[in-house]
Design a protein around this ligand. Structure first.
Ligand SMILES: [Zn+2]
Length: 209
């Protein structure tokens, strides 16, 4: 491949795009990152920009679309992106799309999984409020059972089917207009199946363009 591969990965929580981002990164030898990671790395670097972001976060405010895009612009100037990059989960709404006006992706991969599959993958999470440990009902424990610390496993408010459904609806509402903007380079990938099956579908979508 001579042209840089600039791949955006989209998909709801639990669609497995983080795993696919790692596989693509290794296969193509290009870096993969998401906005949350860029922000955390910049804060950890102690740079002037990082200090500005840290102050915003410490106040409990959200990093603005412009600041996030500024961070991405700096990241894309680094030489390891010369052959391309994989951007995981960004832009996820029209505000971010409009701020991301300094580069043009070559591929937008949208992982699609049915709502009930998302609920199955994301549901069943149990948390111990006392020690903070997390487990899953698939490991054989139930809400109300004892954690090893002696307290009880509970379903957090964030992990109820209603809360998960609400997050999935927000994703769909916010992301559909972005997908529409990119429609000429969008590849919709069936996200149901093994990691290998999904990555095979992804590779063929990228290479047949
Ligand atoms: Zn515990």
């Amino acid at each position: 491949m001579n042209e840089p591969l600039k791949i955006l990965l989209m998909g709801p929580q639990g669609s497995g795009k983080g795993t696919q981002a790692e596989i693509l990164s290794e296969q193509f030898g290009i870096p993969a990152f998401g906005m949350g990671q860029l922000i955390r790395d910049e804060v950890a670097s102690g740079s002037e920009y990082g200090k500005k972001l840290e102050a915003i976060i410490n106040k409990g405010d959200l990093v603005s679309d412009e600041d996030a895009a500024g961070l991405l612009k700096l990241r894309l100037e680094r030489p390891d992106t010369n052959k391309g990059y994989i951007l995981d989960g960004y832009p996820r709404n029209m505000g971010q799309f409009n701020a991301f006006n300094f580069d043009s992706p070559t591929h937008v991969i949208v992982y699609e999984i049915p709502r009930d599959e998302s609920l199955k993958r994301l549901g069943g999470r149990l948390t111990c409020a006392a020690c903070g440990k997390v487990t899953s009902v698939s490991s054989g424990v139930s809400a109300g059972d004892d954690c090893s610390c002696g307290d009880k496993w509970i379903v957090r408010n964030d992990d109820t089917p209603e809360a998960i459904t609400r997050r999935l609806e927000i994703y769909e509402n916010d992301t559909q207009p972005v997908i529409e903007q990119y429609k000429e380079i969008v590849h919709r990938i069936d996200g149901v199946g093994t990691i290998e099956e999904v990555s095979t579908r992804t590779f063929s979508a990228i290479s047949v363009q």
